[in-house]
Design a protein. Structure first.
Length: 159
């Protein structure tokens, strides 16, 4: 598992742009910025839709007031699902929705887990991290499946 003080691995993710799906690397996303990246096991899933993403949307102004340039949500889903979920959740420009369709980021940071027995395939664990110029400065992982460590409120307190 990635540790505080380590550089986020270079991985290509996809976001929905004005012209359609647009690949972007983690280097491009996080270089020179203070950012919050949070991961959910799946778009449109109960806890992710009812609490995790909405918490970051409702706390976006307070998080950005602490000097954060970018708030991003990532999931092992395709870019169309992530864009649709963002619209459904009214993320607007407050939270960038990122697709890690092949789970490359989840694997690269050592936070993937297999939910195949539940029909969901390999997904990302629920986590949130604060990243400064590509380096992880805070890492909060919810290994129990709950939403204690990686919530917007927990990240806001860590800032």
């Amino acid at each position: 598992m990635i540790q505080v003080g380590q550089k986020l691995p270079t991985v290509t993710l996809v976001q929905m742009g004005a012209e359609g799906p647009a690949p972007i690397t983690t280097d491009e996303l996080f270089a020179g910025k203070k950012a919050v990246l949070f991961a959910v096991p799946g778009a449109f899933t109960p806890t992710c839709s009812a609490q995790h993403l909405p918490g970051f949307v409702s706390n976006a102004a307070a998080i950005k007031a602490k000097g954060v340039d970018l708030i991003a949500c990532v999931s092992v889903n395709d870019v169309f699902v992530m864009a649709g979920w963002g619209k459904d959740q009214n993320t607007g420009d407050d939270v960038v929705m990122l697709a890690d369709a092949g789970g490359d980021l989840a694997k690269a940071v050592g936070l993937e887990f297999d939910l195949s027995a539940r029909g969901l395939g390999v997904r990302s664990m629920r986590y949130a991290m604060i990243i400064e110029d590509g380096v992880v400065t805070t890492l909060n992982v919810d290994e129990s499946g709950g939403l204690e460590s990686s919530s917007a409120e927990a990240i806001l307190a860590a800032l």
